[in-house]
Design a protein around this ligand. Structure first.
Ligand code: ATP
Length: 376
């Protein structure tokens, strides 16, 4: 029993396949325009792919073959050529979007009771279910308010209760914290942690903390494709895409790899440790291959591995980058020295000793042993 989604949509350049097991929470991450919301909207029944198949525990949500003929936005049921498209309310799926989208004229209790009521429950039973979920999310005292009298965080909690009240087989969360102020975010995140435990869900997020706290597994999308997938901790500790490496807080440099040397487009070379020479061949599917066995690759290393010097250290075999400091900011007990895309974490004493300030030209130095080289 599983959720399966396989879909293509040429107009958005998406083509991917994903699975989610019962009880599993999957985080979808990736840069802007990667296709994350597109995936969620297809599952919710709000966007029709050109072709694909989605099944939830053996039930077909949609089945569309290329040129199958049913038009986007049309109603449910079977179309020509055996195609099938269930409307959103028949899918057994709950959706929590960025905005709570509560019915403005209904009190909180009736907003939450709306789902069970439209599934056929009596008015009394629907309200009991609504009270149960409002209690679960710690918002029972809001039951008699209208949405206009709620804060953004309260409204989003009520929207969560509303999504859960239909007892969905799959809960979709599309950047549920994005529209909240920073003070409301931790509360909703810990609430989500509680309600997502043991529940099948997909969360689209830009925040690595959400993935760490809420997800069992993460997929990274880029350009409408899945470029990385695995248990959250494994993806972040051994990122294989530039995006996942930057999520994990690593410095990421792109270039082409030959042996243990990454050459960047500006000619600067980085020596590091290739992550499994077999992995280079296996992962590079030919698309990024260049001349003489070179493959498109990234170098990743943590800011804590970077030392900062005012002059290049003489005779050092280490990697040395000439950079201009763009920013200094506190980071834990250290100071994060930013220089364009690269960062170094050094002690406040070292910052004072070097006399660092934005605009200073310095050298970032990192040992080859600290640099991991991955196929891009
Ligand atoms: N309403 C739309 N009409 C046409 N194209 C769209 C529409 N919404 C998104 N796209 C395009 O589809 C592709 C996937 O977009 P999508 O919104 O799924 O990305 P995303 O990963 O959710 O991005 P973000 O993090 O910015 O929300 C992008 O190329 C985007 O420009």
């Amino acid at each position: 029993m599983t959720l399966q989604l396989k879909a293509t949509l040429a107009v958005r350049n998406v083509d991917f396949e994903l699975h989610v097991q019962p009880g599993e929470t999957l985080a979808i991450m990736g840069p802007n325009g990667a296709g994350k919301s597109t995936a969620v909207h297809m599952l919710a029944g709000l966007l029709k792919p050109d072709s694909g198949l989605a099944t939830l525990d053996g039930r077909t949500l949609f089945r569309l073959s290329p040129g199958g003929g049913s038009s986007a936005g049309s109603g449910g049921g079977k179309g020509r050529g055996g195609s099938l498209w269930l409307p959103p309310h028949e899918r057994g799926i709950g959706l929590l979007a960025q905005e709570p989208l509560l019915f403005p004229h209904l009190k909180v209790l009736d907003n939450v009771a709306f789902g069970p009521r439209s599934q056929g429950a009596t008015k009394k039973a629907s309200r009991e279910t609504a009270r149960h979920w409002l209690d679960e999310i710690g918002a029972l005292e809001l039951a008699r308010r209208l949405p206009a009298a709620l804060s953004g965080g309260q409204a989003q909690r009520v929207a969560l209760a509303r999504a859960l009240a239909t007892d969905p087989e799959l809960l979709l969360l599309d950047e549920p914290m994005a529209a909240l102020d920073v003070n409301s975010t931790p509360f909703l995140r810990s609430l989500l942690k509680r309600v997502l435990t043991g529940r099948r869900a997909i969360i689209v997020t830009h925040d690595v903390l959400d993935a760490l706290m809420l997800a069992d597994r993460i997929i990274v999308m880029a350009h409408g494709r899945i470029v990385e997938s695995g248990p959250t901790a494994a993806v972040l500790s051994h990122p294989r895409s530039a995006f996942a490496a930057s999520l994990a807080g690593l410095n990421v440099l792109s270039g082409s790899l030959s042996g243990n040397i990454l050459s960047m487009p500006d000619g600067v070379q980085v020596t590091g440790q290739p992550v499994g020479s077999q992995a280079v061949g296996a992962q590079s599917d030919g698309a990024g291959s260049g001349a003489r066995g070179e493959v498109a690759a990234i170098a990743a290393f943590p800011p804590s591995a970077v030392s900062v010097f005012l002059a290049p250290p003489a005779g050092s075999p280490r990697n040395c980058f000439r950079v201009r400091v763009s920013d200094l900011e506190p980071h834990g007990g250290h100071i994060r020295v930013r220089a364009g895309q690269m960062s170094a974490d050094i002690s406040p004493a070292a910052v004072a000793e070097l006399g660092l300030a934005p605009g200073a030209e310095v050298f970032f130095v990192v040992k080859a042993a600290e640099v991991l080289l991955y196929p891009a």
